[in-house]
Design a binder for this molecule. Sequence first.
Ligand code: F6P
Length: 470
Amino acid sequence: MTESITFLSQTRPNCELSACGLTLNISRQRLTCVQYENLLQKAKDCGLIDKQRQMVDGDVVNVSEKRQALHTSLRSEDINSPHYEEVNQTRERMYALARAVREGQWLGASGKKITDVINIGIGGSEMGPHAVYHALRDVNPSIRLHFLSAVDGILADRILSVLDPETTLTVVSSKSFSTRETMLNAELVNEWYAKAGIVGKEKRAKHVFLVSAKENACELMDLPEQNRFPIWSWVGGRFSVWGAIGLPLVIALGPEVFSAFLHGAYEMDRHMLSAEPEQNLPLTLALLSYWNSTELQMQSHCLLPYDERLRLVVAWLQQLEMESLGKSERPDGSVITSRTGQAVWGGFGNEAQHSFYQWLRDGSGRTSIDLVWCEEAGHRHAHHHLVLNANAQAQAQALVTRQTPSAEFFNAVSTICIKKLTPETLGAFMALYEHKTTMLATLYGLNAFDQPAVEYGKRLCRELEAKLAS
Ligand code: F6P
């Protein structure tokens, strides 16, 4: 283990790589240059980029469910990408609806302008849109988004009690259209509309839209066919923010912002497929995570954004990595005995300094950390930004520096500097972590696109609900 106490910067002169407005610094990772070169060789040996290309080209990479995993097609600008036409058609429909709502041509059933949108959905049908809205929303948005996720009446009451059904549009997002939480919340919101006199297909069609892969979803909710925006079996829920699951975002932020978000992600896809391994951001993150988990036995990974706008990206990443990599069996059923995906957690770095940094700095655990900041501020309070970034950069060092000499070895830190947080760089940032995740699945030999254990929990809950109700 002694060797791995070394910082990469002690044996490798260049530890910084940049793409798509993001600069990754890996100088505080714990490995030698030789160990790093071996990792790069491993990436070549296991065809890491080739596997990614197979995914992008539409091979059936989700072998347990016999599906493609084509989230990259949702943002592709290449007319030869799989499903290009249907993706574009759906996106045009989303943009048309969003423009009509934003420009006041699409009105509620009683003729009032829409001011609020409720997203009913959970997991991948909530976390991506929520994180993006939090990052890109105006201080005082003209159309506000609300997220009704858990099946907790408190949440529903808090949202519904401050909204006017006549000026509120609801998007029920569920790929399966069977998630209990979402269905129950949709029933509640339907009742809320009914109490306001918004009943019958024609009036409800002005207020309720569905995003689902289930073709008869509209029939089930007594809505006209055109009120459904499709998502497809070939996109995993946690990878789905780029398609119709993003509909509430398009309405609240506008098609131009959403397009720029997709463009940034597409640029990261191109970088991932074409950059040399030494310069490849997602590949580097994946290799270091693999090293930290399997060699250094770091069981958890902590994401510490120093920017309010990135606060909810932590929860999004948690689902992305932990549902994708929280497995210990290969697709052929054989058991993996070494470590696989890390537990992902974190929080807004500046707040976390006054909360869990003590544990990070002085506890007995070892954690791999990504610390993120934005070079340019998203506001006009220059000194606030200076202090925030001074904290970020100081902590990047403090988190690998022990004051007590007794225990020398601890955290490994990477930093990511975002030049300026824009829809493009946010898209690139989120796509970066998606590719990190799918590359890790290749390194571990896992299928990143199923979640069998979660399905089991849902089944048990259904049985218990029936029992309790009777
Ligand atoms: O509970 C797990 C899960 O299946 C996630 O993978 C998914 O994002 C979420 O539930 C919501 O699923 P759906 O979009 O089908 O409602």
